[in-house]
Design a protein around this ligand. Structure first.
Ligand code: SF4
Length: 346
């Protein structure tokens, strides 16, 4: 069904598109910053409340038309809020607000499901429908901020990580457009370094990040130390093996002079042994990076988290070799909001 112009929804336009739209329709450019102020600073999208916006422009503001909506919230975990979001086409995605004491981090989804089908991931088990548009990605931020305000919470969402459902680099331009929109001074004005795009190893996306050379952070979900192991855990390795993946990462680091974060989901008796740590050290030698060890959050029965001893031993070995290493204990795993646990329903 074609959208009639009178129902055109300028809430879905990025700052450049909004300015162009207004100019093309005979309005002054400064109206764009007034509208952005209502949307992003005041979190108001009801045109009737936008008192300084002329009625002719307000006709193009249609909050009832096609915006993602919060369907369900699970806030029973003190460290994380799991939110189910319904998209215009009724598809469901999840996002997670993670409480970091003095601020929040928002983990957003970029796909309805994910075709990469990593063996340990709940999202990979659900049917893949489609990628999200950049608007659907950034609107998760608006919904999260609006939700927190409605709860009387004024702590900031300081970081956004594209680590929810989906692989951002199946549409690198869309993911980067969303990141730029979040960072745009005219909308949310987030620091670029506060936005992380995480990939399972889609090389063209890494190359795209190298080419555009912005300050967004890049995280690469590595999880294995040999092609055989990685192919079994992450079928994406059949297309881009470790050689190609790490080649792209090295190129990215050289081109941008920025460090990369390697995510390493630790799976008991699969990739958590001292020899795996030794192989990992060898694999990433010379790459400006940090390693984030993530003890597995139960999502698929077959896999288990490492024992605390194995985790310690692994981390110490990396540290001894001079690799900056942190352990990320996922918040919200009790409500299935942890890394790899999102399944588009709860
Ligand atoms: S881990 Fe990421 S890339 Fe792999 S299936 Fe899950 S969402 Fe997709």
């Amino acid at each position: 069904m074609e959208i009639q112009e009178e129902k055109y929804n300028i809430l879905k336009l990025d700052p450049d598109q909004l300015e162009s739209f207004l100019i093309q329709h005979g309005f002054k450019k400064f109206r764009a910053s007034q509208i952005n102020n209502w949307i992003w600073n005041k979190k108001i999208i009801d045109p009737d409340k936008m008192t300084n916006i002329p009625a002719e422009i307000r006709n193009y503001i249609n909050p009832d038309q096609g915006l993602p909506l919060i369907k369900k919230v699970n806030n029973s975990d003190p460290e994380a809020v799991l939110i189910l979001v319904e998209l215009q086409d009724k598809n469901l995605i999840e996002m997670v607000i993670i409480d970091k004491e003095n601020h929040y981090t928002l983990c957003v989804s970029t796909g309805v499901g994910c075709p990469l089908k990593c063996k340990f991931c709940a999202t990979g088990k659900m049917p893949y429908k489609r990628q999200l548009t950049s608007f659907e990605i950034i609107w998760q931020m608006w919904l999260a901020q609006h939700y927190l305000i409605s709860q009387g919470e004024f702590k900031n969402i300081r970081n956004v990580v594209m680590m929810g459902m989906g692989e951002p680099f199946l549409d690198p331009q869309g993911a980067v457009h969303a990141a730029q929109w979040l960072a745009d001074k005219r909308s949310l004005n987030m620091g670029q370094r506060r936005i992380t795009i995480s990939t399972a190893g889609v090389v063209p996306g890494i190359n795209y990040m190298a080419k555009i050379n912005r300050q967004f952070r890049l995280a690469v979900s590595l999880n294995a130390v040999s092609d055989r192991m990685r192919r079994e855990l992450m079928p994406v390795n059949k297309k881009w093996n470790l050689d190609k993946l790490l080649g792209a990462v090295r190129h990215y680091v050289e081109a941008t002079n920025r460090a990369v974060t390697f995510e390493y989901v630790m799976l008991k008796s699969i990739n958590d042994q001292p020899e795996h740590a030794a192989q990992l050290i060898k694999l990433i030698r010379g790459i400006k990076c940090k390693v984030n060890l993530i003890p597995y959050n139960q999502a698929v029965e077959y896999f288990q988290p490492p024992t605390p001893d194995n985790l310690d031993r692994f981390q110490n070995k990396l540290k001894k070799a001079g690799v900056e290493t942190t352990v990320r204990l996922s918040s919200g795993k009790n409500i299935k909001a942890g890394c790899g646990q999102l399944a588009g329903e709860f």
